[in-house]
Each structure stands twice: as C-alpha cells, then as structure tokens.
Design a protein around this ligand. Structure first.
Ligand SMILES: Cc1cc2nc3c(=O)[nH]c(=O)nc-3n(C[C@H](O)[C@H](O)[C@H](O)COP(=O)(O)OP(=O)(O)OC[C@H]3O[C@@H](n4cnc5c(N)ncnc54)[C@H](O)[C@@H]3O)c2cc1C
Length: 321
C-alpha cells in the first residue's frame, strides 16, 4: 500500500502528469515479473520531475527511474517509494549549430557531413532509429531491434554488432535529486560495456548526439539487414529482458551457458531459452525468486565447467523477501 507520505506529495498539486498508486512492477517490465511499487509517475515536464524529486528528498522517499523496463528484473517484494518513468519526454530536435555544445568543437569536415540532435530520455530507441532512417542519418543502424528508451540505452550504453550508443553521444543532461540540471560533455563520463558511470542520484533527461548524413535508402537497407540478423537469434517463446549475463572478455556468455548444458533448464516458470542460451524467458508465471534461482544455478554450473564467473547484465532491483 502506498504510504501517506507518498500520497501527500501529489496532494500538493506540484505535479503535472499521470500518477498511478499501488502498481505492480510486472506491468512495467518486459519480463512481466516484479512486486509492488507505491507510486508510478509519468511527469509531463521537467518542472514536474524536479518538484517530485525535491518533495521526495524532503521526506526521504526513495526514487527509482525506469525507461521501458526491458533490462530489469524486479524482486517479488517490490520497491519502496516512487518509480518515475519519463515516457512523456519524447522530443527529437535538430541542433542548428552543434559547435560549442558543452564545450565541444568539431572540424569543418565533420560539420559538413554530420548533424546534431537533441534527444529526450523517453524517446523509444526504435523511434530514434526510424527518424534517422526517414531523414537519412547514419550511426545507429546496428542498434535497430534493441527495445527500450533512449535514456535507458544511454544508462546501459546499449550496443549491438560492435556499435554502442556512446559512439554518437556529444553530451548528456542530468538532473540530480535536488532538481538541478547539468549538461556535461561526453568526456566527463566513463562508458564501458553495458554501463555508464553515473550514480543513482542522477536522472538522464536528454542527450545530444551526432549522426552522419547519408542517403535514406542506404540507411534503411542497413537497418533491415541488422534487424534480420537480430531477429534470427532472439527467442520468441516467452517474456525476456534480453541478455541476462555480460559477455566475458573474449567469449560469449551464451556459448558458455550452452556448453555447461544449461539450455532449457528451468526454475519454476523461468527457463533458459532454447533459442539463445543467454536469454532467460518467463514462460508465464515466473517469479523474481524463480529467475534469480535460475541465474544462480547457471552461474554456478558455468563456473564449475569453465572457471568463468558470469556477471549479470540485467539490473536486479527491489526488496528481498
Ligand atoms: C528482446 C530484447 C533484446 C535486447 N537486445 C539488446 C541488445 O542487443 N543490446 C543491448 O545493449 N541491450 C539489449 N536489450 C536490453 C535492453 O533493451 C537495453 O538495455 C535497453 O537500452 C534498456 O532500456 P530501457 O528503457 O528499457 O531501460 P530500463 O530497463 O527501464 O532500465 C535499465 C536501467 O537504466 C536505468 N535508467 C533508465 N532510464 C534512465 C534515465 N532516464 N536516467 C537514469 N537511469 C535510467 C534504470 O534505472 C535501470 O537501471 C534487449 C532487451 C530485450 C527484451
């Protein structure tokens, strides 16, 4: 049940946007797993986001930010406080002059062949890719087929076929828990494999990216090809959150899992996909506990078999219990 403190924040009429109390996180994750959250809110604008952060901080109410929940495993006891989803932040705008943004300058050659874009965190990654396809901009074709939001992709440094979102980032706008916005140049961040080094006290509200001008038909052809390759290896036999484990240096988590004989292994309704061993699927009624148990069993088996310790790629959040 949502606490009085949480309800009172929204009685103050400082928030524009949708508010839903006592939600099940399973409705907001691609795995369809997860316990309750006191409130799920969708701010309409930056001021409403800022106000909710300030009020929550005053009352020591935890905030969790999510995109489309495609990389999340929420435990069965759910999460305390307020979950914030920026799905209303969905502008993509051309930047007329990309020189000087967050102190970064480009050569004449780059300026002549590229264009800059301001992209808000809630833009579905697929919409950004469609925008690039329609208008003839290259750089993110290989990310086609990755679900989720642009903000989630930046936070996860999402990648595919050797391309990562970091490759096109110029700068990122962050809001901290006091509602203060800072725009920082890419060099101020450390991107690594499926990660960006920002603390949980920061919310990505937008980023500026740079893409190369190209012929729309060429961009479109590359997207079609990448989508074909991606779809052929993805399971369609249940709900998933993409790859469960990170690929260890020089190897593939899926190969190691398969070699340890874990394909098809189950815990309750959670199953190691038979299509791609690094995808675990919810066959219908899997709980967070089932999923974590399966992850632990697979991790142990792989370690016994190959000596490699797999690290989770999915984000596991929420209370144990
Ligand atoms: C079928 C399938 C295929 C996939 N294929 C790929 C793939 O090829 N490559 C790949 O990299 N990933 C892949 N994924 C994983 C996932 O889609 C990506 O990690 C995606 O970028 C997550 O975006 P999201 O909006 O769903 O983030 P969420 O799952 O909602 O959140 C993920 C993390 O990001 C944080 N976060 C989200 N938005 C913000 C924000 N605005 N500010 C701060 N933090 C934020 C959340 O707190 C959480 O810790 C796949 C997933 C599925 C289901």
């Amino acid at each position: 049940m949502s606490s009085k403190k949480v309800k009172e924040i929204f009685d103050k009429k400082i928030f524009r946007g949708e508010i839903k109390f006592d939600q099940s996180m399973s409705a907001y994750t691609s795995l369809k797993i997860g316990g309750p959250v006191e409130a799920m809110v969708f701010p309409d604008d930056v001021v409403s986001l800022k106000n909710v952060l300030i009020e929550a901080k005053k009352e020591s109410i935890p905030i969790f930010v999510l995109g489309a929940g495609t990389n999340l495993l929420v435990r069965d006891s759910g999460i305390d406080g307020i979950a914030v989803c920026l799905k209303a932040f969905k502008r993509i705008e051309v930047i007329q002059n990309i020189n000087g943004i967050a102190g970064r300058f480009f050569s004449k050659e780059v300026l002549g062949t590229s264009a800059g874009f301001f992209v808000e965190a809630g833009v579905p990654l697929g919409s950004l890719i469609n925008f690039a396809k329609k208008n003839g901009y290259s750089g993110i074709e290989a990310l086609a087929g990755i679900p989720g939001t642009f903000g989630g992709a930046v936070y996860m440094n999402a990648g595919s076929f050797g391309v990562e979102i970091k490759d096109v980032i110029i700068s990122i706008a962050l809001m901290n828990m006091d509602g203060r916005i800072e725009i920082l140049e890419k060099d101020r961040f450390k991107f690594s494999y499926r990660s960006l080094n920002i603390s949980g006290d920061n919310i990505i509200i937008s980023a500026n990216i740079i893409l190369k001008k190209d012929i729309p038909e060429n961009v479109s052809a590359r997207i079609t090809e990448f989508l074909k390759r991606k779809k052929s290896s993805q399971p369609i036999d249940g709900y998933s959150a993409g790859c469960v484990f990170k690929n260890p240096e020089g190897d593939f988590a899926g190969r190691l899992i398969e070699a340890s004989g874990c394909k098809g292994m189950r815990a309750g309704d959670a199953e190691v996909s038979s299509a791609h061993a690094n995808y675990f699927v919810n066959k219908g009624k899997a709980t967070g506990r089932d999923f974590i148990e399966l992850m632990e069993t697979v991790k142990r088996r792989v370690n016994e078999q190959s000596g490699v310790t797999l690290e989770p790629e999915i984000k596991i959040i929420g209370k144990d219990g």
